[in-house]
Design a protein around this ligand. Structure first.
Ligand SMILES: [Zn+2]
Length: 245
């Protein structure tokens, strides 16, 4: 520090500490600062405003509702650019697998169903394969693909073997299930028979709340990725909500 520091250091935008060190400069020759208290790095009056953890959390929660990114930007008063950045980095971290289930009961009744969705255009259909376990009502399997047997197999293989090995599996009459699900464990019935009503209800919920999220809001090349991750995000929250219910 010099005696004639005519450029007073701004307080930390995150913790408001005034214990600030100069910390080099950006390639646009802007002074960078480092907060000694919370180690946040920042530049003075940056065009990007600091976004608090609770604002970030609010954005993550908004992704579970039928709100566009522009809508999220208006609700939170955070620029659309920043909302995009936060959503992208969040979606990259969403796990694409179901947390380990309590399989101690050893007796599972699965309802499986395929949900039609699309990415960007109806010419790009994505089938969402869902397995719901009746007693916990949790989603125990999720797979994205076509409606063909390869996808049915990939979906079935993605279920934990502890569940696959001792489950009774209720499905509709869709032909792809035949030959994938072991015949002795497979119960097929017409849609509307009630045997798959829990998973059908879940699919209605997810359709109501997730279907429009990806519409025109994120970069084109990433849409498939975003579509999958948003649905995973929804499923993780859905399962967690059953724990706290
Ligand atoms: Zn700080």
């Amino acid at each position: 520090m010099t005696l004639h520091d005519d450029n007073p250091r701004p307080p930390c935008p995150r913790c408001h500490s005034t214990y600030i060190l100069k910390n080099g400069s950006t390639h646009h020759k802007k002074q960078k600062y480092l907060c000694k208290n919370c180690h946040y790095q920042f530049i003075d009056s940056p065009s990007k405003k600091y976004i608090t953890p609770s604002e970030t959390q609010l954005i993550h929660s908004c992704l579970l509702e039928r709100i566009s990114l522009a809508g999220i930007s208006r609700i939170t008063n955070i620029s659309l650019t920043s909302v995009h950045r936060i959503v992208k980095s969040f979606l990259r971290q969403v796990p694409c697998h179901i947390e380990a289930q309590d399989t101690s009961d050893g007796d599972f009744n699965l309802e499986c169903d395929e949900l039609w969705s699309f990415v960007k255009s109806k010419l790009n259909p994505v089938w969402i394969w869902v397995a719901l376990e009746r007693s916990s009502r949790k989603i125990v399997g999720l797979h994205f693909g076509s409606r063909g047997r390869d996808s049915t197999q990939a979906f079935w293989d993605s279920l934990p073997s502890e569940i696959r090995d001792c489950a009774t599996v209720y499905t509709d009459l869709w032909k792809s299930y035949i030959g994938v699900i072991p015949e002795e464990a497979h119960q097929r019935s017409r849609k509307g028979s009630g045997q798959t009503s829990l998973v059908e209800r879940f699919n209605n919920t997810i359709r109501q709340r997730c279907s429009r999220l990806v519409r025109g809001s994120l970069s084109i090349s990433r849409r498939w990725f975003n579509h999958e991750r948003l649905i995973w995000h929804f499923v993780h929250n859905y399962n967690a909500s059953l724990d706290s219910a």
